[in-house]
Design a protein around this ligand. Structure first.
Ligand SMILES: [Mg+2]
Length: 283
């Protein structure tokens, strides 16, 4: 992805050090001990403790599979839009609605910071957004230009707070994304539910596609539900996925995570972790 991010470099360095120690284990025990001491000291120096978020961040930022999925998502979005455009019975102006975080913009450097500092959202979130430095999800610009060229309007519907409007626009405009302007950017209102904002768009437009990394980006029926209930709803609406609803992967955060601890944000890290463990089914 061409990222030159100091955080990811440091994480890579730690992983590389870990891998090296594995190789050395079979050949030279002394070197292994030396390497272990070295990696431990890197962990100590960088103030990194073992954190469950680490694996998710590695997948999100470093894996080529996640990167390929981004392209795959937007290829699929193009195909789905083409199909909708072929429906000549629709005479209302068309629009696509995209979530922003982890849909248009990649905030993985922020998640890396959370791991490094052993802290959690919203620590540092405002500082990160105000830098307007998030990179694009692969394939998104190509899709948006495609949509624009077919006369489809584009709405960016985010739960970023109103105070981040200018920083968000600056970030989107850094990449010359079509219709990244005040009229097409809907920030968080008094509720995190996107239903009212979607409904507002729906009064004037035919919504060809909704694109997001959270089921709440598509339909309000998923809000505040357990993961089991959400899966049942996904079953019931399965024909819409890949056709009207386009989902991106996000292993680092989302309502899927909150659902595992019944949206009880007052719980501490360990309590949440125990709740997650209790729900997992093994053999
Ligand atoms: Mg999102």
């Amino acid at each position: 992805m061409g990222r030159v991010i100091i955080y990811s470099f440091l994480i890579s360095l730690i992983i590389a050090t870990g891998c090296n120690s594995d190789i050395q284990k079979s050949s030279d025990q002394n070197n292994t001990n030396e390497s272990k001491t070295k990696s431990d000291s890197i962990l100590a120096k960088q103030n990194i403790s073992y954190n469950p978020l680490m694996q998710a961040v590695v997948y999100q930022q470093l894996s080529a599979e996640k990167y390929a999925l981004e392209y795959q998502t937007y290829q699929l979005a193009k195909m789905a839009l083409k199909e909708d455009l072929a429906n000549k019975s629709i005479d209302t102006q068309r629009a696509v609605i995209l979530d922003i975080d982890e849909t248009v913009l990649d905030n993985s450097p922020y998640e890396v910071m959370l791991v490094r500092m052993d802290t959690s959202y919203p620590a540092g979130w405002a500082q990160w957004i105000n830098q307007s430095n998030a990179e694009l999800i692969a394939g998104v610009k190509d899709f948006l230009v495609f949509a624009k060229n077919y006369g489809v309007d584009i709405f960016y519907l985010t739960n970023r707070k109103e105070q981040f409007r200018n920083a968000t626009l600056k970030n989107l405009n850094k990449y010359d994304l079509p219709q990244a302007d005040n009229d097409h950017l809907l920030m968080r209102t008094n509720t995190s539910s996107k239903k009212a904002r979607r409904d507002r768009i729906k009064t004037d437009y035919h919504i060809s596609l909704l694109i997001g990394d959270n089921l709440n980006d598509f339909l309000h029926i998923f809000e505040n539900k357990s993961n089991e209930e959400k899966k049942e709803l996904v079953d019931q609406h399965q024909e819409l996925f890949g056709k009207r609803f386009i989902v991106l992967p996000n292993a680092t955060y989302g309502d899927w995570e909150a659902a595992t601890f019944q949206y009880d944000y007052s719980l501490n890290k360990k309590e949440k972790y125990i709740k997650m463990l209790e729900q997992l089914e093994g053999f």
